[in-house]
Design a protein around this ligand. Structure first.
Ligand code: NAD
Length: 329
C-alpha cells in the first residue's frame, strides 16, 4: 500500500483521483473508481441541471459506500451553467469532497470551505496554485501541459511544474496530465506529489460510460493524436485530433483568425457528446490527453488500480537498489 497525505485526507486506499470529465464522469465510472480504492468524481456539468446532479449523487451512493467527489469547472460556456445551484445541490446531498477547476473559482471555494468540505483545486500555473492555497483549498491538482482539456496558456510541462510545486507549495498536491500507469504514479511521488489525477486513462475502462468504439480508438491511438484548439481565443483545449478539430485549427489560423461564433457549431459540447454516444470518433470535439500513447488496454477500474499500485510499489522499492548499484560503479 502507498500511503500519502492524499490517501489519509480522503480515506482512500490508492492515491489516484479520477478527475472531472465532461460526459464521462457519471455514476457507474465514479462508483467503480471509488470501489477500486481511488477517488471517483462526478462531473456536475454533465448533468443537465442541479436536480439531475442530485439524482446522480444518489445513484452513485447506492452502489458505493466509499468516498467520492463532485467536479465543478468554470470555463467559457455556450450556455452559462448555474454553478452555484450545482454546488448547493451537491452540498445538500452530503457530498464533502469537491474538485474545482477553471477561472475565478474563489466564490465556490469559499462556499465549500464554509460548509466544511475538502477542496481539490486544479491549476496549470504555480501563481494560481499559490492563490488557491491562500483561499484555503486542501489539495492542489497540478495540471501539466500534457493534460486533456484546458492546459492554460503557459505551456509548462509536468516535470518542471511539479518540481516548482515542490519548491513553492505548503499544502499537498497531486500530479495531473499525462498519468496512466504505475511508472507515472512513482514519478509523481518522486516529484513530491501525494498522488495522481487521471482522466484519459479512466475513459478507457470497462465501466467508462462511453461507446466501445471510442475506447478502441483510444487504444489504437498514440501520443501524437491530440491537437490544441482555441489557442487564439485564450481558452486552449487539448482534444482528439480528427477532421473537426483540424478544421477548427485551420479556421483559427486564417488571416484575421476566427470569432468563437464561427466555431460554435463545430465545437459544441452537445456535438461532442454524440461521439461518446454513437461511437463515431470523427463526429465532433472530444477531450484527450497525450496519455493516449500509454493506453494499450480496456481494464476494469479494479484491475487498473491494482496494477498501477503494484507497478508503482515495485518501482519505488527498486529505485533504492538501482541508485545504490550506480553509486558503487
Ligand atoms: P460548451 O458546449 O459550452 O462549449 C464547447 C467548448 O467551447 C468548451 O471547451 C468551452 O470552454 C468553449 N467555449 C464556449 N464558449 C466560448 C467562448 N465564448 N469563447 C471561447 N471558448 C468558448 O461546452 P460543454 O461541453 O457543454 O461543457 C460545459 C462546460 O464544461 C464548458 O465550460 C467546458 O469547458 C467545461 N468542461 C468541463 C470539463 C470537466 O472536466 N469538468 C471538461 C470539458 C469541458
Amino acid at each position: 500500500m502507498i500511503t500519502t497525505a492524499l490517501t489519509e485526507l480522503l480515506r482512500i486506499r490508492v492515491p489516484v483521483v479520477q478527475g472531472g470529465m465532461q460526459w464521462v464522469g457519471k455514476p457507474p465510472l465514479v462508483a467503480a473508481v471509488s470501489n477500486a480504492g481511488g477517488l471517483g468524481i462526478i462531473t456536475a456539468l454533465t448533468q443537465p441541471n442541479p436536480d439531475a446532479l442530485r439524482v446522480a449523487i444518489r445513484e452513485t451512493r447506492a452502489v458505493t459506500d466509499k468516498p467520492f467527489g463532485v467536479n465543478i469547472t468554470l470555463l467559457p460556456s455556450i450556455n452559462p451553467p448555474d454553478y452555484e445551484g450545482y454546488a448547493r445541490a451537491a452540498v445538500e446531498e452530503g457530498v464533502r469532497i469537491f474538485e474545482t477547476a477553471g477561472n475565478s473559482p474563489g466564490k465556490l471555494i469559499k462556499y465549500f470551505k464554509s460548509e466544511g468540505c475538502i477542496v481539490i483545486h486544479k491549476c496549470t500555473t504555480i501563481r494560481h496554485a499559490k492563490s488557491a492555497e491562500r483561499m484555503g483549498v486542501d489539495v492542489l491538482s497540478i495540471d501539466g501541459f500534457e493534460c486533456a482539456g484546458h492546459p492554460g496558456e503557459e505551456d509548462i510541462g509536468g516535470i518542471v511544474l511539479l518540481a516548482r510545486a515542490a519548491q513553492e507549495l505548503k499544502i499537498p498536491y497531486i500530479a495531473s496530465g499525462g498519468f496512466a500507469d504505475g511508472r507515472g504514479l512513482a514519478s509523481a511521488i518522486a516529484l513530491g506529489a501525494a498522488g495522481v489525477n487521471m482522466g484519459t486513462r479512466f475513459m478507457c475502462t470497462v465501466e467508462s460510460p462511453i461507446h466501445q468504439n471510442i475506447k478502441e480508438k483510444i487504444v489504437a491511438s498514440t501520443e501524437q493524436d491530440t491537437i490544441h484548439i482555441f489557442r487564439t481565443l485564450n481558452n486552449t483545449a487539448r482534444v482528439f485530433k480528427n477532421a473537426v478539430s483540424k478544421q477548427v485549427v485551420a479556421l483559427e489560423r486564417r488571416p484575421g483568425g476566427a470569432q468563437f461564433s464561427e466555431l460554435r457549431d463545430l465545437v459544441s459540447g452537445a456535438r461532442g457528446k454524440v461521439v461518446y454516444d454513437s461511437g463515431d470518433p470523427d463526429y465532433g470535439i472530444w477531450s484527450a490527453g497525450i496519455a493516449l500513447g500509454l493506453i494499450k488496454d480496456i481494464p476494469t477500474c479494479e484491475v487498473l488500480l491494482r496494477t498501477i499500485e503494484r507497478e508503482a510499489e515495485e518501482i519505488i522499492m527498486g529505485m533504492g537498489r538501482q541508485v545504490k548499484l550506480q553509486a558503487k560503479l
